[in-house]
Design a protein around this ligand. Structure first.
Ligand SMILES: Nc1ncnc2c1ncn2[C@@H]1O[C@H](COP(=O)(O)OP(=O)(O)O)[C@@H](O)[C@H]1O
Ligand SMILES: [Mg+2]
Length: 399
């Protein structure tokens, strides 16, 4: 069978039961999990604290043995050494050597992957730029904030240009700007053919980056599917128009009642997403040159990442454009200014079409045709419900 057809991850009845000191079963951290992660997709493992996300990830990486069930990564057992070299991993807590600076940290990992010195230096600079830490590269990582540590952790996970990236809570501890940047990086990595599995307990973190999600609760799989299907309310119709007068709304109500015998459930101005409002406010402050300290904005994805040309470039770009649908509001406000999203998209397109990848750096990664071409418009109410489901506190039944 063609390797490209094999899912990147497949689990069957995956179960992990932690035992206590007396070998009694204490917690079923993961209970009968059946997931499939396909090539080129961003797969979200969602769930409240303690729902089994990190335990699942550790089993996928071969760091924990399952109590029951099977795992195949690229069709092989996770303990296979050849499999491990194709995976990049951002752990829940980045284990960084406090006394190394950011450049030295990345250099260490570059050496572990046996990258030649010349490539190492080049990649390190590009990765530091991507995560917005090039000016902080000489500071010891022990002094970094949680968000900065996540950024360096992400750079570290990418140093070997892996085909498959596993990110455990990639946006934990990040401010909304960093969160937005990480989400853009994840989306661009997927556009370059990478497969990404990420975990999160915040739906807002993942709703606009994931193609498909699995929602865990108490180690059990409670819902799974393409994110737009999970969020869509099939029994409702939403019409958005420019602001209407009361008399028109009354007439519309009457028409709907007379022709369909149905009621209008809600008439209200559409709610903006808080992220859009926040980003707009910060951009306005930046435009007004208000001074701040902290992490700088991230740069572009390095050109060495997944440099093989996608087979279905148009399809990839079309689906990327569809994913931008929800950003219309923030972009409209800034219609007069150059749009950063658009700029980086253009650069991405240029790098995909013009640049010849250095032969020695190209990977076996094979971009997939667009997975999901449906626009991601979603009713706000759904999100609130799922958010509240996810906002459960950590299950502290275990001491
Ligand atoms: N090494 C361990 N020993 C005992 N229990 C554990 C261990 N690791 C995790 N657990 C328990 O397994 C459950 C799932 O934990 P985890 O996978 O870390 O959740 P999440 O990453 O979703 O927050 C929790 O109840 C946690 O306390
Ligand atoms: Mg965890």
């Amino acid at each position: 069978m063609d390797e490209r057809q094999i899912p990147v991850v497949q689990t069957a009845g995956l179960t992990k039961i932690f035992k206590d000191f007396w070998r009694r079963n204490r917690v079923a951290a993961v209970n009968d999990l059946n997931i499939e992660v396909r090539r080129g997709e961003v797969f979200g493992l969602l769930g409240p604290n303690g729902s089994g996300k990190s335990t699942t990830i550790k089993m996928l990486l071969g760091l924990l043995y399952p109590t029951r069930g099977r795992i195949a990564i690229f069709g092989h057992p996770p303990t296979d050494v050849a499999v491990k070299s194709r995976i990049g991993f951002l752990p829940e807590d980045s284990y960084l050597y406090r006394y190394l600076n950011a450049r030295e940290t990345l250099d260490l990992y570059g050496r572990l992957f046996k990258l030649p010195a010349k490539h190492r230096d080049d990649r390190i600079e590009k990765l530091l730029d991507m995560v917005g830490l090039s000016t902080e590269g000489k500071r010891r990582v022990g002094e970094y904030s949680k968000g900065m540590a996540r950024r360096i952790g992400l750079a570290q996970a990418l140093i070997n240009d892996p085909e498959f990236l596993i990110l455990d809570e990639p946006t934990a501890g990040m401010d909304p700007i960093g969160m937005r940047q990480i989400k853009n990086v994840i989306r661009e990595l997927a556009d370059r053919g990478k497969t990404i599995l990420l975990s999160s307990h915040l739906l807002a973190d993942v709703e606009d980056v994931c193609d498909r999600v699995c929602i865990l609760y108490g180690g059990q799989q409670r819902a799974e599917g393409p994110i737009n299907e999970l969020l869509r309310q099939d029994d409702r119709t939403q019409i958005t128009t420019e602001r209407l007068s009361d008399s028109t709304i009354e007439r519309v109500r009457r028409v709907i009642r007379e022709t369909e015998n149905k009621d209008v459930i809600q008439v209200a101005p559409p709610a903006d997403r808080l992220e859009a409002v926040f980003m707009r406010t910060v951009e306005q402050a930046q435009a007004a040159n208000i001074v701040t300290a902290g992490a700088k904005s991230g740069g572009d994805l390095p050109d060495f990442i997944g440099t093989e040309e996608p087979t279905d470039l148009i399809g990839t770009l079309v689906s990327a454009a569809d994913r931008e649908v929800h950003k219309v509001t923030i972009e409209q406000v800034h219609a007069s200014k150059p749009k950063p999203e658009e700029e980086s998209r253009k650069k991405l397109i240029a790098s995909l079409t013009d640049e010849k990848p250095p032969a020695s750096l190209s990977t076996q990664s094979t971009p997939q045709p667009a997975i999901d071409e449906t626009p991601r418009t979603k009713p706000v109410a759904d999100q609130a419900v799922i958010d509240s489901l996810l906002k459960q506190e950590k299950d502290d039944s275990v001491g």
